[in-house]
Ligand binder design. Structure first.
Ligand SMILES: Nc1ncnc2c1ncn2[C@@H]1O[C@H](COP(=O)(O)OP(=O)(O)OP(=O)(O)O)[C@@H](O)[C@H]1O
Ligand SMILES: CCCCCCCCCCCCC/C=C/[C@@H](O)[C@H](CO)NC(C)=O
Ligand SMILES: [Ca+2]
Length: 572
């Protein structure tokens, strides 16, 4: 009787040689694992009967122990196929070849497997191992089997468009790409078109013209500003192609399916750090090669009915706006400009008067202070986006997004900082980020309001950004998980009398705002908005989160505990 089940894929198991040692190498397509372990000859027996072990091994190698139950080694290395970077004919070092026993081969039958090895703190390295086969037939059998199984990794990119900012960070973008990334892409058989940008917004503008369909992904080499350019280019292009008016703050934006990879070469590189866990070009390149996919929330920022910018990390007014304002004047300082400017801004100690209105993200499972960190395959992000989609389906009415009007909260006052973050914003300066429990793809942002406080209190709050302690645990700090917010600076109604949605909210809310405390320096003084490290020209803005609008070549933060326990490529 014929079985309905497809035949089980054949396990390939051979004795191959590795670094002059015999190894049992197993490729188990069913479990998508490649493993190997050294075969140690039993000392006493082997000394008295030289050669017996090799004979047995060669016999097994020729006969191939096919269809056997895989014997996963108790000591050895196991690599998931999903973490194999490349497989190819080995480039043989002549000295090594001459010292080998099997010199009767006219050509060395060896292949090299490159794979991901996890190091500490989310760093990945590309490790390689070369296996020697006893004959040509066996060699081709292995090469074919490995190529076939890698072909099944269809989510991996084959063709990439790469933009390099030669002036980001320490101006090492080109060097970083050429030395650390290009060799890996080439080993993995990825074709690239590389554009070294010649002016600001070159990448963004180019993305409006280029045939994006040709590529499986876009890679940016640079910092958050460079990422922002690519983000604007891609989202803008997709909206244009699908006839979505991005000036409409309520427009349902079309999702962007082409993934973006980030090779960190900037000053903060917060998007890279918060989605991969480290700013390391080689690690990022490996995530791209393996074809990782991390959906990411994007916030749109509008003034009245005019689109201003998209943000994925920090949209900050007050402290972070001022830090950016001063740091832009000192770009020549490179990454240190943020420290100099941060110190100066801290000493200035400005607060700003205004009104913040927001709607809570009611569907989300988490809350900003629950200490549940967004990790790879985050449950909260999956559930929240599912719930949001269902909610949107039931309210679906054309291409406009309709928010209920009844649940707005308005907070008026004097603020040291207003920060909206749709991800943790973790970066080397603040390893847990501005909101450690914010989620990459839950469709919400954490709105952090730091009210007017003493310089010492503000310093205490800032220092918490660098520690594990709760940075929201101060009487002058509030945090809300929101789906949108609007901000109107106090002086807005004086300078702009036109009636709009946001304008009328401002007018409605301002009569009670005081103009006392002349000493605090907040009257009639505006900050600017820092939008992912770029300045925004308007101060009265509205922001809305678009759940999982884009995808990155990343996988979120792998659970450190889990990583230690089940590191797949570690020597057991
Ligand atoms: N060829 C170029 N010449 C001048 N400016 C450029 C060029 N290419 C890109 N830019 C701009 O440079 C700005 C900063 O770049 P980038 O983000 O790479 O570095 P950074 O500002 O040092 O790092 P971070 O954004 O992480 O703080 C971006 O706003 C980008 O638009
Ligand atoms: C006196 C101690 C002060 C310590 C304060 C450390 C806080 C550092 C927090 C950095 C937050 C970074 C958020 C990310 C913002 C990026 O979008 C942007 C562009 O790269 N970077 C900055 C610095 O605005
Ligand atoms: Ca989010």
């Amino acid at each position: 009787m014929e079985s309905d089940h497809p035949p089980l894929p054949t396990v390939l198991c051979s004795v191959l040689s590795m670094k002059r040692q015999s190894c049992e190498v197993t490729l188990d397509p069913g479990r998508s694992l490649l493993s190997w372990r050294e075969l140690r000859p039993r000392r006493g027996r082997d000394r008295s009967r030289p050669g017996i072990c090799l004979t047995r091994m060669l016999h097994r190698a020729r006969g191939l122990v096919n269809s056997c139950t895989p014997q996963f080694p108790s000591g050895g290395v196991t690599v998931p196929v999903a973490e194999i970077v490349s497989v190819g004919e080995a480039e043989i070092d002549e000295k090594y070849y001459n010292s080998m026993k099997w010199q009767h081969m006219c050509k060395p039958h060896a292949f090299t497997v490159r794979y991901v090895q996890r190091k500490r703190k989310h760093r990945w390295r590309c490790k390689e191992v070369t296996f020697w086969c006893s004959d040509e037939q066996l060699f081709y059998q292995w090469l074919q089997a490995l190529h076939d199984i890698l072909e099944q990794q269809t989510h991996r990119p084959k063709r990439l468009l790469v933009y390099i900012n030669p002036y980001g960070g320490k101006k090492r973008g080109k060097q970083i790409y050429e030395n650390k990334v290009a060799p890996l892409f080439s080993a993995a058989g990825i074709c690239t078109d590389v554009i070294v940008t010649e002016y600001a917004n070159h990448a963004r503008d180019n993305l409006y013209e280029v045939n994006v369909e040709k590529y499986d992904g876009v890679v940016c080499v640079g910092g958050d500003g460079m990422f922002s350019e690519v983000l604007h280019g891609l989202i803008g292009r997709v909206q244009k192609d699908s006839d979505v008016d991005h000036n409409n703050p309520n427009a349902q934006l079309s999702r962007c399916n082409i993934r973006i990879g980030i090779i960190p070469a900037g000053s903060t590189d917060c998007v890279c750090y918060a989605t991969i866990g480290i700013n390391d070009p080689e690690t990022s390149a490996l995530h791209i090669i393996l074809g990782d996919c991390q959906p990411l929330d994007v916030c749109s920022v509008h003034h009245k009915r005019t689109f201003l910018k998209y943000s994925v990390s920090l949209l900050g007014y007050g402290f972070y706006g001022d830090v950016l304002k001063y740091s832009e004047k000192n770009r020549w300082l490179g990454p240190a400009r943020y420290d100099v400017s941060g110190f100066k801004t801290f000493l200035t100690h400005h607060c700003y008067e205004g009104s913040v209105s927001f709607q809570p993200a009611k569907w989300v499972l988490g809350s900003p202070r629950d200490q549940i960190i967004c990790t790879s395959r985050c449950y909260i992000c999956r559930q929240s986006s599912k719930q949001l989609e269902e909610q949107q389906k039931t309210q679906a009415c054309g291409s406009e997004h309709r928010d209920q009007d009844d649940d707005w909260t308005t907070i008026k006052g004097k603020f040291m900082a207003i920060n909206a973050v749709s991800m943790s914003c973790a970066c080397p300066r603040s390893p847990k980020g501005l909101s450690p429990a914010a989620h990459l793809g839950d469709g919400s942002a954490d709105l952090i309001l730091v009210r007017k406080c003493s310089r010492l209190d503000f310093l205490r709050h800032l220092i918490r950004h660098t520690s594990n302690k709760d940075q929201f645990d101060f009487p002058f700090v509030e945090v809300y998980r929101v789906k949108n917010f609007q901000f109107t600076p106090k002086h807005f109604e004086d300078e702009d009398t036109e009636s709009t949605d946001i304008g009328s909210i401002g007018k409605k809310n301002f009569p009670q705002i005081c103009t006392d405390h002349p000493s605090c320096g907040c009257n009639h003084v505006n900050s600017i908005w820092n939008c992912d490290g770029e300045t925004v020209d308007q101060t009265a803005i509205e922001m809305r989160v678009h759940c999982q609008l884009i995808k990155l070549f990343a996988r979120g933060i792998e659970n450190a505990k889990l990583e230690d326990d089940v590191n797949p490529s570690k020597v057991l």
